[in-house]
Design a protein around this ligand. Structure first.
Ligand code: ZN
Length: 409
C-alpha cells in the first residue's frame, strides 16, 4: 500500500506553524491578514513546485490542480488556513497540509490517476476577523449574499471591509473558477476532531457521517431593579436568580435525553451588572446539538415547558438561529471507512459537532470528511495538538479514499 511521507508531513506542519506564530505554541492567522497571505504564498509555491496549476475565484478561494490522465471532473480536498485569535496549528490547516501531502505523494510516486486532483484553500472559515464563519463556502454554495459578505467589517480595524481585504490580497480571481458541480466529482475534507472522543476511545480515524443539527435560543428574564441593601428577599424580582433556576431546570431535563446530546449556556448578560443593584434584565443562550432531529425536537419540548414566570420574573425566549443535520454522501463515507480498514487503522463513525466548509459544499458536490484525534480534545487554543503519526494516518486514509474515488466508474 502506498503511503504518505512522515518527514514531509512533519515539515509541512512545522513550516506553516510559522505564519502567525504567537511564540506560545499557537498561531493568530486571521483571514487575509499578512500572516495568512504569507501562508497562501507558501502554499502556491509548494503546489507549483509539484506541477499544480493555480486558480482563484472571486472569494479568493484557491484551487491547486494536478492534471489527471483523462478529461474528467476533479476530486477536491482541502480546508482553511485562517485561525481564531491564539488558535492552534491544526484546525483547518491540517486539512490543507494533508491534501498537499497526498498530491505530493501521488506526483512523487508517479501514481496514475484518471481525475484531476485539486487542493482547495477556503477563505475565511473562522469568521474571527470578518463575520460570519464559513463565509466563502457560504457565498459560493448559495448560503450567504455576496454583497452583504463583502461589506463585513474587520473586528481589528474599524471600517475596513472584507471587500478591501479581498482586493488588496492579490488572491481575488474569477467567479467562473468557483467550485462547481459540473467540474467536481467529490470533495473530501480532513479535519481535527476538536473534541475528546477519538482519543478517549483509542481511535486513529473518525469516519464522519455528517454534521450535527443545532439550535441556539436566547432567553430573556425580566425582573425589577432594586437596592441590594433595602429590598427584603420576599419582595424581589431578581432576574439573575430566575435565570439560574432555569439553567438548573434545563440541565435536569436535558440530562434525561440521549447521551450524545450536548448543550451549553455560554453567554450571559446581567443588567445593570452592578453589585449593589438587583438585576432587572438577564439574557442567556442555550446551544444544543444532536445528529437526530427527533432529539432536537425533545429539546424544544423541554424549552416550551419553561413557565412564563419564574421566581416572579417574566421569561421570554426566541430562536437566534438553527442548523439542520447534514448527512455526507454515503458512498464517500464508505470509502473513508474502507480506506481506514485497509490501512489497519482503528476507526469509528462519528458526527461533527462544529461546523465546517464541507457542510455547505455538499449542496454542490458529493462530500465527506475525515477526522483525526485532538489530544485532550483541545481546539481553538494554543495547546491544540495532533501528533505527526496521527496526521500521517489521516493523510494515508485521504490518499486511499481519493484513489478509490478515482477508480470508481
Ligand atoms: Zn476548522
Amino acid at each position: 500500500m502506498i503511503q504518505c511521507n512522515y518527514e514531509r508531513m512533519e515539515d509541512k506542519i512545522k513550516t506553516f506553524s510559522r505564519f502567525g506564530d504567537t511564540g506560545k505554541g499557537g498561531i493568530t492567522r486571521f483571514s487575509l491578514s499578512d500572516e495568512a497571505l504569507a501562508s497562501r504564498e507558501e502554499f502556491v509555491m509548494r503546489m507549483e513546485a509539484i506541477g499544480a496549476s493555480i486558480a482563484t475565484d472571486d472569494m479568493a478561494n484557491i484551487y491547486a490542480t494536478i492534471a489527471g490522465t483523462e478529461d474528467l471532473p476533479a476530486i477536491v480536498s482541502g480546508s482553511h488556513m485562517d485561525s481564531v485569535r491564539q488558535g492552534g496549528n491544526y484546525d483547518g490547516i491540517l486539512g490543507v497540509l494533508t491534501a498537499m501531502e497526498v498530491a505530493e505523494t501521488i506526483v512523487k510516486e508517479k501514481i496514475s490517476h484518471r481525475h484531476p486532483i485539486t487542493v482547495i484553500v477556503w477563505t475565511n472559515e473562522e469568521g474571527a476577523r470578518f463575520e460570519p464563519a464559513m463565509m466563502s463556502s457560504g457565498v459560493i454554495c448559495g448560503k450567504f449574499d455576496k454583497e452583504t459578505m463583502l461589506a463585513s467589517q474587520a473586528k481589528d480595524i474599524p471600517g475596513y471591509t472584507f471587500r478591501e481585504a479581498l482586493e488588496k490580497s492579490g488572491f481575488k480571481g474569477k467567479e467562473e473558477n468557483r467550485l462547481d458541480s459540473s467540474k467536481t466529482k467529490a470533495l473530501v475534507e480532513l479535519h481535527i476532531e476538536q473534541g475528546p472522543v477519538l482519543e478517549a476511545e483509542g481511535m486513529d480515524i473518525g469516519v464522519v457521517e455528517g454534521v450535527c443539527g443545532m439550535i441556539n435560543y436566547e432567553f430573556t428574564f425580566t425582573g425589577q431593579a432594586g437596592h441590594a441593601g433595602t429590598t427584603p428577599m420576599k419582595y424581589r424580582k431578581d432576574a439573575l436568580y430566575a435565570a439560574v433556576k432555569t439553567i438548573q431546570y434545563l440541565h435536569d431535563e436535558l440530562d434525561q435525553l440521549d447521551s450524545k446530546l450536548v448543550y451549553t449556556t455560554g453567554k450571559i448578560s446581567a443588567h445593570p451588572n452592578i453589585h449593589t443593584i438587583i438585576p432587572d434584565e438577564v439574557k442567556i443562550t442555550l446551544d444544543a446539538r444532536h445528529q437526530d432531529p427527533e432529539v432536537i425536537k425533545q429539546v424544544l419540548a423541554v424549552i416550551k415547558r419553561i413557565p412564563s414566570v419564574v421566581e416572579q420574573c417574566e421569561v421570554s425566549y426566541e430562536e437566534a438561529w438553527s442548523r439542520k443535520t447534514v448527512s455526507f454522501t454515503t458512498e464517500l463515507v464508505d470509502y473513508v471507512e474502507k480506506s481506514a480498514q485497509e490501512c489497519c487503522y482503528s476507526n469509528r463513525r462519528i458526527y461533527s459537532g462544529p461546523g465546517h466548509d464541507a457542510q455547505f459544499a455538499i449542496d454542490l458536490v458529493p462530500t465527506t470528511m475525515i477526522f483525526v484525534p485532538s489530544v485532550g480534545g483541545h481546539s481553538h487554543c494554543e495547546i491544540e495538538y495532533t501528533p505527526v503519526e496521527n496526521c500521517l494516518k489521516g493523510a494515508n486514509v485521504l490518499l486511499n479514499t481519493i484513489l478509490h474515488i478515482d477508480k470508481e466508474h
